[in-house]
Design a protein around this ligand. Structure first.
Ligand SMILES: *Cc1c(COP(=O)(O)O)cnc(C)c1O
Length: 363
């Protein structure tokens, strides 16, 4: 039934148990679903050790919905957001803030270079009007890992708030909210948590969230009101994706059984090493320097050969062999991407490499 392997940054390959958890119908106001929601919120907080300080606010929709809700709820019209951008997801946060009419500035780096905490500290010193900083943890555009701890220290040291898009890192790359100061972490059900798509969530500092009543210009994208709803009666304000929630709760139990984020990261790192060494043997070079590469998704350059390898025919040849890859998202170089995440292990990547060798010959 599910023979295609998704080597994508989400939706991705999930476990059969996670998909089976969706077979039941739930009443959204029934005590059983209220208990499931409470379990979900507690487990998501525990992944980042946010229990004492933060609140988990799940939101219907994809990851972008929760990023938009976090900007809408936490950045007031008189505030000013500094977006740290080295890829498309950073640019998207800036676009969200602009569309919402929030004052926003972007500090940019090339797509193959990490954000530098030193430049962030300088920018915050130079402009006392900046109140919030937005960082993308793993820039899925390339697969680059930005230095969260250093940036968080620079932002907190300057007395500003950090909003972290941890969409493609949460659940694998550890975020410890006890020691790393972050006002809000945003992520979604369908990346390293290995759930199905349909839920975004934010872990928000309770003290900051409590001050944000009436700030969001949107009714549905209001994390403060969504939080108050959960605190009042344990229920979602509007129709929840009940099956997606059940699948995510099951996926979180599986994450715990696997050994939590450190064990998941170790599996992804092994997938990534297998992929990188195998692809190099086949003549495919990664776009990023190894030092910046997160074991989440790898960008490869199209090989320089005659006749040139075209993405569309390479994709089709791989898909015919049961593997779905991802197009590149870079402006300057012709690339494609292969995800290391999902319910996959090294053996799946060994099989992928056989298929890549065949597909490159056939395409
Ligand atoms: C996936 C992703 C998002 C959200 O994308 P959606 O398509 O809305 O789920 C945001 N930021 C990053 C870094 C991502 O990888």
């Amino acid at each position: 039934m599910n023979d295609q392997i998704l080597l994508t940054p989400g939706p991705l390959t999930t476990r059969i148990e996670t998909r089976q958890a969706m077979l039941r119908d739930w009443g959204s106001r029934d005590p059983a679903f209220i208990a499931l929601t409470a379990e979900l919120r507690a487990r998501l907080l525990a992944v980042a050790q946010g229990g004492p300080t933060h609140a988990c606010v799940p939101l219907q929709g994809s990851g972008t919905f929760v990023v938009e809700a976090a900007v809408a709820t936490l950045v007031r019209p008189g505030d000013k957001l500094l977006v740290l951008a080295n890829g498309a997801y950073g640019e998207r946060i800036a676009a969200i803030a602009r569309r919402m009419g929030r004052p926003v500035e972007a500090l940019r780096w090339p797509e193959n270079r990490p954000v530098e905490a030193r430049r962030v500290a300088e920018a915050l010193r130079a402009d006392p009007g900046l109140t919030h900083v937005a960082l993308v943890h793993c820039e899925t555009t390339t697969g680059l890992l930005n230095p969260l701890a250093e940036v968080a220290e620079a932002v907190a040291g300057a007395g500003r708030h950090l909003l972290l898009d941890a969409m493609s890192s949460f659940g694998a790359i550890g975020i410890d909210l006890r020691s790393v100061p972050v006002t809000a972490v945003m992520a979604s059900s369908n990346k390293c948590l290995e759930g199905v798509p349909g839920i975004g969530f934010a872990l928000v500092e309770q003290a900051a969230l409590a001050r944000c009543a009436g700030v969001s210009p949107s009714v549905s994208l209001d994390l403060h009101d969504q939080w108050r709803g959960f605190e009042k009666d344990g229920q979602w304000r509007f129709t929840p994706p009940v099956q997606v929630a059940a699948a995510l709760a099951e996926a979180l139990r599986r994450l715990e059984a696997e050994g939590g984020p450190p064990a998941r990261l170790a599996r992804y790192a092994e997938n990534c090493r297998t992929l990188l060494s195998g692809m190099r043997r086949l003549g495919f070079e990664p776009y990023l320097e190894e030092a910046w590469q997160a074991p989440i998704i790898v960008t490869f350059r199209m090989p320089d050969r005659r006749p040139p390898l075209r993405f569309a025919s390479f994709y089709d040849a791989l898909a015919a062999r049961g593997f779905l890859i991802y197009p590149g998202k870079l402006t300057q170089a012709e690339t494609f991407r292969i995800g290391c995440i999902g319910a996959l292990d090294r053996h799946d990547f060994d099989r992928l490499l056989v298929a890549v060798a065949e597909a490159a010959r056939a395409a």
